[in-house]
Design a binder for this molecule. Structure first.
Ligand code: HEC
Ligand code: HEC
Length: 407
């Protein structure tokens, strides 16, 4: 996957606005004039990128492109094939397959508050911008995801000859001489993804004064989450429940990777080949098994968990941390992650009662934001039955959650 980094020289982004008054009553605009609507007033504005200011026009184009299957080699798959809104833009699979059927070594990530996420994917310190990251699924060959390589001119011709798309590219990129290019395509995808805000969960409502937003169990879970006994907050704290964070107020983005004791295949701390975390990029022995601690917002709906989708439920995640790492009894990944020498000291294990574990899970579930999961500004813009909105496998997904019961 790293082989295509050199493809990734494009310009890029920030700012934003859409019109959805019911989404969030707290609107805020930064002194610079760019408007980050939908952000509660207690959330700082995201960092602005002068090379790709977020505008509603780019967001709208980017949203179409995110759901556009023509962006793939065989015309069958879009970004949304692996990033499904109802699953917080994850996909519910252990690992996904791309257009050629090749499996990805990693679990599809949720896409939540990406305007505040300074480092992208599970474990790549160099992957810093969304427009660059988008090139990986579009052109990557190991694994093939959308598999557009060789067909990019055909894709751009299709965009140019479609009156709607042509209009959208023109108004989104008035200052670009060439309106319809791969560069403007990924800049628009960046803008759309930077508009995916989620700050309206029960935990947020509780935090900001609604004392009845959380059950008694979830309130106990909150205290456990932020306790020195369970230590979760060290790596999953802050406004986005992750230690990798950036805002307009940060002098520098905060970027953090850690080994949480998932594997230990050789007794000396090794992770399974092909999934060794930032070690793959840095080559440093001490970076073995270090991954980004992802956001825990909407974690309830983005199962299965971890970089390889190896943990099925939140209950099992809590057991992993209580034990201080995962024991894999047999098979090629056998070993005891709890004794991994590269493991963070914050994953030391803890003893907790069944009730406490349940409380912690209930708190994690209170990070689900129904507004985010059902926000029409993020959903498929194509009419039902349209080639870009007829994926039977998506329709078959069984998703039962109170968020979807009263649309
Ligand atoms: C075949 C499935 C698949 C497709 C198609 C796909 N993705 Fe992903 N996406 C993934 C996987 C798997 C990861 C984790 C990759 C890794 O860690 O190396 C990921 C990670 C991401 C991330 C990082 C999120 C974070 O929090 O760090 C972003 C952003 C993203 N994808 C955007 C896109 C966009 C935009 C497209 C379309 C251009 C797209 N994806 C197409 C599977 C897919
Ligand atoms: C030392 C930092 C650290 C601590 C402490 C920590 N985590 Fe994590 N967490 C991580 C990392 C890193 C990952 C990704 C690991 C991987 O995929 O190999 C992760 C993954 C997760 C995931 C899966 C996320 C996803 O999208 O698949 C959940 C859920 C989670 N942690 C919950 C917790 C809870 C609950 C606690 C406290 C009991 C906790 N974490 C403590 C670093 C930490």
């Amino acid at each position: 996957m790293k082989t295509i980094f050199n493809l990734a020289l494009i310009v890029s982004t920030v700012g934003l606005l859409l019109n959805c008054a019911q989404y969030n009553p707290h609107l805020t605009s930064t002194p610079g004039g760019s408007v980050w609507k939908f952000l509660p007033d207690y959330i700082p504005a995201p960092r602005e990128f002068a090379d790709n200011p977020v505008t509603p026009e780019k967001v709208e184009l980017g949203r179409r492109l995110f759901y556009e299957k023509k962006l793939s080699g065989n015309g069958q798959m879009a970004c949304a094939g692996c990033h499904i809104q109802k699953k917080a833009f994850a996909d519910g699979l252990t690992v996904p397959a791309g257009t050629t059927g090749q499996l990805h070594p990693r679990n599809s990530m949720s896409l939540v508050n990406l305007a505040f996420v300074p480092v992208l994917t599970w474990g790549n310190p160099l992957m810093r911008r969304l427009h660059t990251q988008a090139l990986v699924p579009i052109f990557g060959e190991n694994p093939v995801e959308l598999g557009l390589t060789g067909n990019e001119n055909q894709f751009l011709e299709q965009m140019r000859s479609d009156a709607d798309y042509l209009r959208l590219y023109k108004i989104a990129f008035p200052d670009h001489t060439d309106k319809v290019t791969m560069e403007t395509t990924v800049l628009a995808l960046e803008a759309f993804q930077r508009s995916l805000f989620s700050f309206n969960s029960a935990a947020d409502k509780f935090e900001h004064g609604n004392t009845s937003a959380l059950s008694e169990s979830a309130k106990r879970g909150l205290n456990l989450f932020f306790s020195e006994k369970m230590e979760c907050f060290h790596c999953h704290g802050g406004i986005n429940f992750t230690s990798s964070i950036d805002t307009a107020l940060h002098a520098e983005p905060e970027i953090d990777f850690s080994n949480n004791g998932l594997y230990n295949v050789d007794g000396n701390g090794a992770y399974p080949t092909g999934n060794t975390g930032i070690h793959e990029v840095t080559g440093r022995a001490a970076d073995m098994g270090k991954f980004k601690a992802p956001t825990l917002r909407n974690i309830e709906v983005s199962a299965p968990y971890m970089h390889d989708g190896s943990i099925a439920t939140l209950e099992a995640v809590v057991e992993h941390y209580a034990r201080g790492g995962t024991l894999t009894p047999s098979g090629p990944k056998a070993g005891d992650g709890a004794t991994n020498p590269f493991k963070s000291s914050f994953v030391a294990g803890f003893s907790a009662t069944t009730q406490e574990k349940e409380d912690l899970v209930n708190y994690l579930k209170s990070l689900t934001d129904c507004d985010f999961l059902t926000n029409k500004n993020f959903s498929n813009p194509f009419p039902e039955g349209h080639a870009n909105n007829n994926n039977s496998s998506l329709n078959q997904l069984e998703i039962t959650h109170p968020c979807y019961e009263n649309p």
